[in-house]
Design a protein. Structure first.
Length: 225
């Protein structure tokens, strides 16, 4: 069932402006009834600004009236306009991952030199100028760039990378070895695990958390008395 774009804010508005039951609001917004109760009691973790689903064209007043007259009635969300999907232009990358782009670009250049700058640009969401600077080692931060798998970094997906590699190999006349898919599940799990560890390490660094790992003892000279 479709849900409003901002379920908690919508629930807050419905609590304040209608006589709907908590069950009806929870069902429409896709929330647990206790979440609606917390919003009504003003004990929710975050202070919410109500969002009118009627003005947002997600719900009609007729639906609200029917539900208020019948506690067993469940409201149906109005089908909104189709979302316009972006098909052209650079790939959007979260701000937290943009600093990883040079590492991902360097990895592709090193491991798949057959991929064109245009394909790398579409894959990573960067400019050809940046790619050229990394390729000829004139990038301003070249000393700190370390090649890292862009899939592990979360800059692209394994399927998109494989597709780009296959297209580039075909265009260059390079024969591709048969792909062994028996460990695909394990590889995806490993990538997800590495990505989670990396993101946790970043969060720990931001929060000033240090590792609990024991410190390795200093080297002792066995011949020292």
């Amino acid at each position: 069932m479709a849900q409003p774009l901002m379920p908690h804010a919508t629930a807050s508005w419905l609590v304040d402006n209608t006589a709907l039951s908590f069950e009806q609001i929870a069902d429409f917004c896709g929330l647990h009834i206790l979440e609606v109760q917390a919003i009504a009691d003003d004990t929710a973790a975050t202070k919410l600004t109500g969002r009118d689903p009627v003005r947002a064209h997600e719900l009609t007043q007729d639906e609200i009236d029917k539900a208020q007259a019948n506690p067993n009635y469940r409201m149906t969300m109005t089908k909104g306009p189709e979302q316009v999907r972006r098909t052209k232009g650079p790939r959007y990358t979260p701000v937290s991952k943009r600093q990883d782009k040079p590492d991902g670009i360097a990895w592709i250049i090193r491991n798949h030199p057959e991929i064109s700058d245009g394909a790398i640009s579409n894959l990573i969401g960067t400019t050809r100028t940046t790619i050229a600077a990394i390729r000829d080692r004139s990038h301003w931060n070249i000393g700190n760039i370390t090649p890292k798998d862009p899939v592990t970094l979360g800059l692209t997906t394994q399927r998109e990378l494989d597709s780009a590699v296959n297209k580039a190999a075909k265009a260059a006349g390079i024969e591709q070895a048969p792909t062994d898919t028996r460990l695909d599940g394990d590889r995806e799990a490993l990538i997800a695990s590495l990505r989670a560890q990396r993101e946790q390490a970043a969060r720990d660094a931001e929060n000033g958390v240090t590792s609990d790992a024991p410190t390795r003892p200093a080297f002792e000279d066995p011949f020292r008395r």
